[in-house]
Design a protein around this ligand. Structure first.
Ligand code: C2E
Ligand code: CA
Ligand code: CA
Length: 747
């Protein structure tokens, strides 16, 4: 090449090199080469450059050849004897044809060449630096001609230069393709980055920001000038704790090669924002520093989402009315306190508060006022608590407080709980201003101690709740600690209550009847209905075992129905028999809770439903039932009496009422208690005699119950009591036995 170069005109050579180097279009470079060689070789030389494309030679440059010729050979397929150029390209050697007309290589093409007066053609293959054929460089002459050494050298130089031009063009074309592909990928990436809300950063393993993308995105517009972060370090941008978090995520990403996701806070111009970061390793990011590792970090501003999540959490964990924590949050907190009491020997206490007369206010003033009251209660309770104590609304008018756990024993926490309970009761005792009125409300509190992680959250709540009920039944507006002994009584009672309820639906309750007779004639005047529980396993259970529970739970009304129904059936049965028609009356025991409750309707409806005249029913009440609101009771008794019901005072003498007091009530009969009857045998007859004679003067009928022997019967008969009842006459009997007994007795 050096040898070749010296044949070139220095100026044109440099011009051509410059043209090539400047990246001019290939035809321009090749034309310049052709013009230069033609100038150098003399004007009878016509140059032509063809470019090899696959198997074909395509036009490259031939500034002075006739255009018809040029276009005629454009695209010719190379081969063994395809003129000078086709053969040179095919055989990869220089082909010098001095006389086209006689050359066998030109056999198929000579006429075309001769037509244009082209007589000689010397063609040289153009090689690439890697020895591939790029095309051919040819010199035509209008006369038969053989090249001398100098001409061959000149041709060699320009052929080489052509090779450089073509190769340069090819590589820049390849480069262009690469650049196009890169641009394409880049514009896709940019489009992608512009629509995703993330800010994309490239960070090296030491926390230095290397690149930033997507700065126009939503998360991107955080800093006035995002680019300034380039070159900074994570540790400059973040607060210490957050920086450490981010750095550990970077380390983990590099260590595992997996995508990592994390949340972090960043103080940006609009304030502290919450971001979600995703990181992945990016390989060989800086080819100059192949040892340095990089990650790509996508940061997304999720502040809004987090705020929404917070709102949702607020809804899920807070009571919307009072804004206090709700049951769920309380349970979580309680669990923590219980765990703490297990692990750290801490003690705490749970206070279950229930407003005493909330329902009344709510019902009488309406729910809006009720809600307002609950808000005021919450507002008043909150300041009582210490910083880490929690108060929650459990629903309705129930609030729960958990004291802050303290190191110490139950003694210490007991005192704390008492103090807090006292404070609650005191603050609630001040009246509430509502709807322009003043309202008094009180609270019953149950306290359960949390110690050694002994009990579950559910059990702790249950205990405090049952202690709260103890406060209520002890008179409200007070507190009580959970008491396991009381609790077992309550549990047993609850169990019995459930059993009674089930037994009612399974018709396990039956009625026994005990006859009452006239002591003189010995004829039956009626019977007392006494309920029994015919238990499938335990046999007959006496009423003393279930009546008190039935009274407390309200089940007594259902039991009363059973007794009423059976008694009415019995009366109707006796009415079928001419000997008894219209005579049999039944005494029914009435509980205190019934008497103050809805008894009128119950009695009325069951007697009318069963079509039995109320005159046939005697209601046994006790003295204590007559102690409360006298006027009200008298009115009620009068109404019932008007319908025909009669009243008998049961267990007479055991209460504290005087006979004169009983005069105020529409009573028909006194039933002398069996303890007085029993006294006849032991202490003499003075008391019984007095009672009987006084009652008779006041106009009451007398019945004696618990008559067990002839002596008692004789004495009572002598004193003209109207009726006697007791084991001496007959024990309480099931219905069938009683009917048999009655029929036998009447004979
Ligand atoms: P009570 O009303 O004083 O009923 C009389 C109790 O004395 C009955 O006990 C009866 O079996 C028993 N008795 C009868 N004669 C004698 C006797 O000669 N000597 C002795 N020592 N006792 C005698 P019972 O049936 O166990 O009933 C107990 C209590 O249960 C009743 O006392 C009554 O208060 C209540 N009771 C029974 N049935 C009902 C009912 O249907 N409703 C309500 N509310 N209470 C009922
Ligand atoms: Ca009775
Ligand atoms: Ca009695």
């Amino acid at each position: 090449m050096i040898q070749a170069d010296k044949h070139l005109d220095k100026l044109s050579y440099h011009e051509i090199i410059e043209t090539i180097a400047l990246g001019s279009e290939l035809p321009e470079c090749l034309t310049q080469i052709c013009e230069a060689i033609e100038q150098e070789m003399g004007l009878e030389a016509y140059s032509s450059i063809l470019l090899l494309e696959g198997e074909h030679l395509r036009h490259g440059a031939s500034p002075r050849l006739p255009p018809e010729y040029t276009s005629a050979i454009d695209g010719v397929t190379i081969g063994e004897s395809v003129g000078s150029c086709g053969t040179a390209a095919y055989s990869k050697r220089q082909v010098i044809v001095e006389d086209i007309a006689s050359s066998p290589l030109w056999e198929d093409f000579s006429s075309l060449a001769l037509e244009h007066n082209l007589l000689a053609c010397w063609s040289t293959p153009i090689f690439s630096s890697s020895n591939e054929i790029l095309g051919t460089f040819a010199i035509y002459h209008r006369s038969v001609k053989t090249p001398n050494i100098e001409a061959l050298n000149i041709i060699a130089s320009y052929t080489h230069l052509s090779g450089v031009a073509i190769e340069k063009h090819k590589s820049s074309a390849r480069q262009q393709t690469l650049i196009d592909a890169l641009n394409n990928a880049n514009s896709k990436l940019n489009a992608f980055l512009s629509v995703i809300p993330d800010l994309a950063l490239v960070i090296d393993e030491f926390g230095a920001y290397v690149d930033i993308f997507g700065t126009n995105g939503k998360s991107g517009s955080l800093f006035e000038n995002q680019q300034r972060v380039i070159g900074e370090n994570v540790r400059d941008v973040f607060e210490h704790q957050e920086a450490e978090k981010v750095m550990s995520v970077i380390a983990k990403t590099i260590e595992t090669g997996d995508v990592q996701v994390c949340e972090y806070h960043l103080n940006v111009e609009k304030g502290i924002c919450i971001f979600e970061g995703r990181s992945a390793v990016v390989e060989n990011y800086l080819p100059d520093e192949p040892d340095k590792k990089h990650i790509v970090w996508m940061g997304r501003d999720i502040t809004r989402r987090k705020q929404n999540e917070d709102k949702i959490e607020k809804l899920a964990f807070y009571d919307s009315l009072t804004e206090l924590p709700n049951r769920r949050l309380l349970q979580q907190h309680l669990q923590k306190v219980i765990d703490q009491s297990k692990d750290h020997r801490h003690v705490s206490a749970l206070l279950y508060c229930d407003l005493d007369n909330f329902k009344r206010i709510n019902d009488s003033l309406g729910h809006a006022i009720g809600d307002e009251l609950l808000r005021l209660v919450a507002k008043r309770l909150k300041p009582i608590l210490k910083a880490d104590e929690i108060i929650a609304r459990m629903g309705g008018d129930e609030f729960v407080i958990i004291l802050s756990p303290i190191a110490g024993d139950s003694e210490k926490i007991n005192t704390e709980a008492r103090t807090t309970a006292d404070k609650i009761i005191a603050t609630m005792s001040r009246s509430f201003r509502l709807n322009e009125g003043e309202y008094k409300i009180s609270t019953s509190i149950g306290i359960a101690i949390i110690e050694n992680g002994d009990h579950s959250a559910g059990e702790t709540l249950r205990r405090a709740d049952s202690a709260m009920y103890q406060s209520k039944s002890a008179g409200k507006n007070r507190y009580a600690f959970y008491n396991p002994i009381l609790q077992s009584v309550i549990d047993q009672r609850l169990q019995l209550e459930r059993e009674i309820s089930a037994a009612i639906s399974q018709d396990q309750f039956i009625v026994y009847y005990q006859p009452q007779i006239n002591p003189v004639t010995k004829r039956i005047i009626g019977a007392e209905a006494l309920i029994r529980w015919q238990h499938p396993e335990k046999g007959i259970i006496s009423p003393d075992h279930f009546i008190p529970v039935a009274e407390q739970s309200g089940l007594i009304f259902k039991l009363q129905d059973v007794v009423m129904k059976h008694s009415c059936d019995l009366i109707k049965g006796f009415d079928q028999n001419p000997n008894f028609k219209g005579k049999m009356s039944i005494a029914i025991n009435i509980s205190a809770s019934q008497f103050s409750g809805d008894i009128e309707d119950a009695l009325r409806s069951s007697s009318s439903e069963q079509d039995v005249d109320p005159k046939r029913l005697k209601l046994e009440i006790t003295e204590s039932m007559l102690m409360d609101d006298v006027d009200k009771i008298v009115q009620q008794m009068l109404r019932l009496k008007q319908e025909g019901f009669r009243f008998s005072v049961d267990d007479f003498g055991t209460g504290y009422s005087s006979l004169s007091y009983l005069q105020h009530f529409p009573i028909d009969e006194l039933k002398i208690d069996k303890s007085f009857v029993a006294q006849i045998d032991i202490d003499g007859t003075a008391i019984v005699d007095t009672i009987i004679s006084l009652s008779q003067t006041l106009g009451f009928n007398i019945i004696a119950e618990g008559v067990e022997n002839e002596n008692q019967l004789k004495h009572l008969t002598h004193h003209k009591v109207r009726g006697v009842q007791g084991y001496l006459i007959a024990k309480p009997m099931p219905e069938n036995e009683f009917i048999e007994w009655a029929i036998k007795n009447e004979r």
